[in-house]
Write a protein that binds this ligand. Sequence first.
Ligand code: ADP
Length: 287
Amino acid sequence: MPIKIENLTHVYMPGTPFEKKALDNVNMVINDGEFNVLIGHTGSGKSTLIQHINGLLKPTSGKIIVDDIDITEKSVKLSDIRKKIGLVFQYPEYQLFEETIEKDIAYGPTNLKLSNEEIHNRVKRAMNIVGLDYETFKDKSPFELSGGQKRRVAIAGVVAMEPKILILDEPTAGLDPSGRDEILFQIKKLQKEYNMTIILVSHSMEDVAKVADKIFVMNKSKCILHGSPREIFSEVDTLESVGLAVPQVTYLARKLREKGFNVSPDIFTVEQAKVEILKVLGRAEND
Ligand code: ADP
């Protein structure tokens, strides 16, 4: 189910003194089963864009084609879009409201009018994916949990709808580094095991480098770059001109290379750097 975004423009409050063009003629193709990251500064248009992809906002002009259907057409039912495309908002834990975790995660599937058995199975599967043991957590109140656990319950609620496309707006915001990595790797697992298409909004290059197949760089309402991490991280000047940077370890690797060490310039994560530097030093990882 590829997504084609064609000439998408969105103007907030047109015709008023507060008029703001939040998206300006954006074109993108999002392939099936890929992990896509939208990166850019606050105000660059990322949230506005993803809200169009699940039908929450309508464009001022342009199209969004999902499965050969233009979902911006009036005749397309929002409920049909939402079955295929799930959206996890920023700080989704603020939307938890049921008295138990099981009921909270079951809320979406219950609205899909599935059988009780199917709902139960989906809740268990979703909890397993986000790393919450079903028996331990099902009867707990969401409010007894830590911040990172609450976030996982909220994500499980959308995952339990089993969408083909999952959009997440800054799912790592406000978490500590280990909490961030856990969430990122659980989302990566969803992509791999369920062949889900992921669209993740982030402003951390370090996060992105660990998981992305494709990166779309947003700046001032436009998509200015798109490509694989390797392609994007070779555009250092363009990234720096819009106040973004390549991951810190990539700078380090390139500096080492300038100094004559035979280190690959395509190192984006600390793990890769470790392997590469040990190789240069002629040592195995467990030495
Ligand atoms: P990002 O997600 O990259 O931070 P947004 O899509 O939230 O960017 O915002 C893009 C631009 O649109 C910003 O200038 C923002 O102030 C403006 N904007 C966002 N939401 C609204 C709204 N509901 N009404 C008016 N302007 C908005």
